[in-house]
Design a protein around this ligand. Structure first.
Ligand SMILES: Cc1cc2nc3c(=O)[nH]c(=O)nc-3n(C[C@H](O)[C@H](O)[C@H](O)COP(=O)(O)O)c2cc1C
Length: 418
């Protein structure tokens, strides 16, 4: 009976355990989690989502406070087009996060940064260029471009000295998305080093519409494999989304995947950034407690626990402090939804009325506060991966335990912790 350890992911001369822990913003896939994956011979991701905010929390910098101070005059203004990121500070924050993670790296594995391109930050091209450049400067092993796939992003860094040596990859959810990307980068003569194919059961934002349930990962993988074969393109394909056991992983590796990317099972690891109380919510969830909704202002459907505090919250947009989702003109779908609700609720003598915004959420604030409980489809199975303690709570696992369970288990077995 085969297990994941019978396979290896080859990147040039490097041989890795074919397990990649996916990027989970905002600091859910922490440096500690990514470092464990690298120590164990696989690949771990940190995320550069809201990186100034993450740097403040981890390294006692004051990027958010400084930005808020600069734009405080604009807080009550619906027009956020003035609110820009200082590119030098953005580079500094990225180098803090990525650089310190790389310094701490041990073992034979790799650390990649997940770069969510939908974080348009009121200046999509400039901020993306800085984020990518600073991550390469800080010595990251690779970059995974996700949500929003900016077709010009490879070109933004083509002059960087590490453009051809760092591992650069993309996440797609369809053959069409891959074909469009490959066409766009053809003139750079530099193919992606890997392509992650993310199916509809993943956590975070989905690359599908609300008809996500009509798609399945194995079929999309097969289509893309066939296309690459016909085109004679040798790009490692990595399967992601709903791979819950070592045996699930083996079935993809056996069918030609170079590796698997997994995330949900690591949301209940000690090294994961989710607060302990939120991890218990993930453990307790039943299938009926999970939904795919459209409240993310990015326009992508997102999977989350129905009891997430972010759902229905009506907080004032925090763009002067955060503002990561502002498009190139300073708009965000949450600001529009919030102002619409505000207009229909009269001011009270105490100031702004308490409102609820049902159709969108202030993703920056709620992800920052771990109040948007995004999760994978199989989150309801997490309780079967651990033990129930005497007080009724579930035992949190070590990342090593989960990693080894993926690496060595067979016959759909899941090892419980000691
Ligand atoms: C809590 C959570 C947050 C996530 N956040 C991101 C993200 O910020 N960027 C991204 O590209 N993918 C994100 N993902 C997707 C994962 O990186 C991964 O590809 C996917 O969830 C794998 O499927 P699995 O969770 O079923 O193992 C997230 C997943 C989870 C569970």
């Amino acid at each position: 009976m085969k297990c994941v350890d019978d396979f290896r992911l080859r990147f040039g001369k490097a041989e890795l355990v074919p397990i990649i822990i996916g990027g989970m913003g905002v600091d859910i896939s922490t440096a500690e989690l990514a470092l464990e994956a690298a120590r164990l011979g696989g690949i771990g991701h940190i995320s550069d989502a809201m990186v100034p905010t993450v740097s403040d929390r981890r390294f006692s910098t004051h990027f958010v406070k400084e930005k808020l101070k600069l734009y405080k005059y604009n807080v009550a203004n619906a027009d956020k087009s003035d609110v820009l990121f200082d590119l030098g500070r953005l580079a500094e924050a990225t180098q803090n996060h990525v650089g310190r993670t790389m310094e701490a790296k041990r073992g034979t594995g790799m650390i990649f940064v997940n770069c969510m391109e939908k974080l348009t930050m009121n200046a999509p091209r400039e901020t993306l260029r800085v984020r990518l450049t600073a991550a390469l400067d800080a010595g990251v092993d690779g970059i995974t471009l996700s949500a929003g796939l900016h077709l010009g992003s490879f070109a933004l860094i083509e002059d960087h000295p590490r453009f051809r040596d760092a591992k650069l990859g993309i996440i797609v959810s369809s053959l069409r998305a891959l074909q469009i990307f490959l066409r766009k980068i053809a003139k750079l003569k530099r193919l992606p080093d890997f392509v992650i194919v993310e199916g509809p059961l993943a956590g975070g934002h989905l690359g599908f519409g609300m008809d996500w349930a009509h798609f399945d990962l194995a079929t999309i993988m097969a289509e893309i494999q066939e296309y690459l074969k016909v085109e004679k393109l040798n790009i490692p394909l990595i399967a992601a989304g709903g791979i819950f056991t070592g045996s699930d992983a083996v079935s993809f590796l056996d069918s030609g995947a170079a590796a698997v990317q997994v995330a949900t099972r690591f949301t209940v690891a000690q090294e994961c950034g989710l607060p302990a109380a939120v991890q218990q919510e993930y453990f307790r969830a039943s299938e009926a407690d999970i939904e795919v909704n459209t409240i993310s202002p990015t326009g992508y459907p997102m999977r989350m626990l129905k009891n997430s505090p972010a759902i229905g919250s009506g907080i004032r947009p925090n763009c002067e402090a955060f503002g990561y989702l502002l498009d190139g003109s300073g708009n965000c779908a949450y600001i529009t939804a919030y102002n619409r609700e505000l207009a229909t609720h009269p001011k009270t003598k105490h100031g702004l009325p308490k409102i609820s915004v049902k159709d969108k959420t202030c993703l920056c604030t709620h992800m920052r506060n771990f109040d948007c409980w995004t999760c994978g489809h199989y989150t309801y199975r997490l309780k079967d991966t651990t033990r129930r303690l005497a007080d009724g709570s579930y035992q949190v696992l070590s990342a090593e335990h989960v990693f080894h369970d993926y690496q060595f288990s067979t016959e759909q077995r899941i090892a419980l912790p000691d």
